[in-house]
Structure formats: structure tokens, C-alpha cells
Write a protein that binds this ligand. Structure first.
Ligand code: AMP
Ligand code: MN
Ligand code: MN
Ligand code: MN
Length: 286
């Protein structure tokens, strides 16, 4: 039986989330979540730590944990986020991929810092590295530091002014190709999910092409319920899901308890009569 309450997209301090994996797990349990996928950006270190070091603390009646990650990749020039669910943590290809991403993100951080410096801002690289600590470094760490330094009034402002699409510090990155990422997810024994399809600011016709390409390249599922998606968009996504015979996924994309519009286990209702990724044996041997 598929548990009624699952959350298949969440972040911890291993990337840009605010809660440690342990805190996230406890909060998910309190929220009544039965299956929790931890899907940090381009890393599995958080969920790995939880399963290796916190194993005995995981309550028998607590949520089952799915090893996941949100992979950053490119389809042409378009950056896409692909959630991998059920990853084999020992897989060498996956491990090599994550190491490559560590370097790519660090090198990007250096370039972002230089861009900001050219705009007469202080060089924030060391502060950003400190802010990220052991986490996979990303633009949200820059946003937090720019807030700390009172250069901007909020993280959102940091994206609007410097870090977001088309802004000075949004440097181009040679992220891995979608095809490569789908292959790595498959080779790691996991299922691939196109994350938050309506959040890429694509026209519907472009989004349709992205979904078709995702399917052609071996993609398995697509998120249909996540914060911000509306009924009309869900109806369009449902049509595409049926057309391409994709499974569906849903998650809160939880980053922080401070955000009033995301809560663990909370997302818009899933449209009826669609098969979820959990029906693909994802939790069968858990
Ligand atoms: P990165 O993977 O380093 O490019 O960072 C992407 C992350 O930045 C997303 O997953 C969001 O968590 C965060 N983000 C993107 N846009 C915004 C925004 N306008 N305000 C706050 N956070 C954002
Ligand atoms: Mn994020
Ligand atoms: Mn995302
Ligand atoms: Mn996410």
C-alpha cells in the first residue's frame, strides 16, 4: 500500500536548507510524514549521514527515508532540476558525479564573487565558504551573506538584484547535460523526476518540448504537486503525464521552517487517477 503522506522533495543543511538532516527527520515525523525523500542540491551527504550515523535513532514508527538528490543539469541552455529518488549511495559513478559537482560549484562561487567585486561590492568568497561550511555551495549562501552585510534587505532581493536570471552574478555554468544525469540516476538504481516544471519560466510550448525530451532521454516521472503550482497548471501537467506515460511525484521543496508557505508534507492536492513514483517499487525493500 502506498502511504498516504509522503514528501519527496526536501533540503537540509547539506545544501541550502536550514535544518540538519536529523532536525528535518524529526520535524517530518512530527508532521506525520510517512515517507521522506531528502533531495539536497547535487549532494547525498546529508541523507547519507542520517542513514549511517543516526540509524539507531530512526524510530520504528518514524518516516521511511528515501535517498535522493536534486541534480542540476542543462538541456541546451536551459537549467533544469532533476530529482533522483532511491539512489545507491555506494555507486561509484554517482560518487564521481557528486565530486565533479563539488568542484563545479566551488569554481562557480569564485566567479560569482569576482562578478560582485567588479560591481564594487566587497569580496565575499571567504564569508560565503564559511556560511556554506560543509554544505554544497550555492547561490543561496551568497544571498545570506549579502543579507548579513546589509547589502540587500532580503535573500529574495539578493536574487532580484544580483544572483537571479539575467543578473550580473548569475554566471553561466557548464552543468552536466540532462542525458548524462538521467543516465547516472538510472545507473544508481533510482528513478528520475522532473522537478517543479512550471518554475523554469518557460512558455507552455517550450515546457512541452522539455517534457517530451525528458521522456525520450529516459525520464521516469514529473512533479505535479509542489508549492506555487495552480489547478490550471496541474491540468496541463496531468495531460502531459498521461501522454508520455510518466509517473507523478510531489513534495514541499522544504528549505526552512521560517517560510510560511512551505511545510513538510504540504503541497497542493494530487489530481486523481495518476500513478506515483512510489508505485515503482521505490520503498518495497525498505
Ligand atoms: P543554485 O542551485 O546554487 O543555483 O541555487 C538555486 C537555489 O536558490 C534554489 O533551489 C532556491 O532554493 C534558491 N532560490 C532561487 N531563486 C530564489 C529567490 N528568488 N529567492 C530566494 N531563493 C531563491
Ligand atoms: Mn534550493
Ligand atoms: Mn529546484
Ligand atoms: Mn529543491
Amino acid at each position: 500500500m502506498i502511504p498516504s503522506k509522503f514528501d519527496l522533495h526536501t533540503h537540509t543543511t547539506a545544501s541550502d536548507g536550514v535544518l540538519t538532516p536529523e532536525q528535518l527527520y524529526i520535524q517530518a515525523k512530527m508532521a506525520g510524514v510517512e515517507v521522506l525523500a531528502i533531495t539536497d542540491h547535487d549532494t547525498i551527504e546529508g541523507v547519507k549521514w542520517l542513514l549511517e550515523c543516526y540509524k539507531s535513532e530512526i524510530a520504528a514508527d518514524g518516516p521511511r527515508v528515501i535517498v535522493g538528490a536534486e541534480f542540476t543539469c542543462l538541456l541546451g541552455k536551459q537549467v533544469l532540476h532533476i530529482v533522483g529518488l532511491g539512489l545507491d549511495m555506494q555507486n561509484q559513478i554517482l560518487q564521481r558525479h557528486m565530486e565533479k559537482l563539488d568542484n563545479l560549484r566551488l569554481e562557480r562561487a569564485e566567479r560569482i564573487a569576482l562578478k560582485l567585486e567588479k560591481k564594487k561590492l566587497p569580496n565575499v568568497l571567504e564569508l560565503v565558504k564559511e556560511k556554506a561550511g560543509k554544505a554544497q555551495i550555492g547561490r543561496p549562501h551568497f544571498a545570506k551573506v549579502l543579507c548579513d552585510l546589509k547589502i540587500v534587505s532580503s535573500e529574495d532581493q539578493a536574487f532580484k538584484k544580483y544572483l537571479g536570471a539575467g543578473k550580473i552574478a548569475n554566471v553561466a555554468v557548464a552543468w552536466p547535460e540532462l542525458e548524462e544525469v538521467l543516465d547516472i540516476i538510472k545507473q544508481s538504481g533510482a528513478v528520475s523526476v522532473l522537478a517543479h516544471p512550471t518554475k523554469y519560466n518557460l512558455t507552455m510550448s517550450k515546457l512541452r518540448r522539455v517534457i517530451a525530451e525528458f521522456k525520450i532521454l529516459g525520464g521516469d516521472a514529473m512533479e505535479i504537486s509542489y508549492p506555487g503550482v495552480n489547478r490550471e497548471q496541474q491540468n496541463i501537467l496531468k495531460y502531459e503525464i498521461e501522454k508520455h506515460e510518466l509517473l507523478i511525484s510531489a513534495g514541499s521543496d522544504f528549505h526552512t521552517p521560517m517560510n510560511p508557505w512551505t511545510k513538510l508534507g504540504l503541497y497542493p492536492e494530487i489530481p486523481a487517477n495518476l500513478n506515483t513514483v512510489l508505485s515503482s517499487g521505490l520503498i518495497a525493500d525498505n
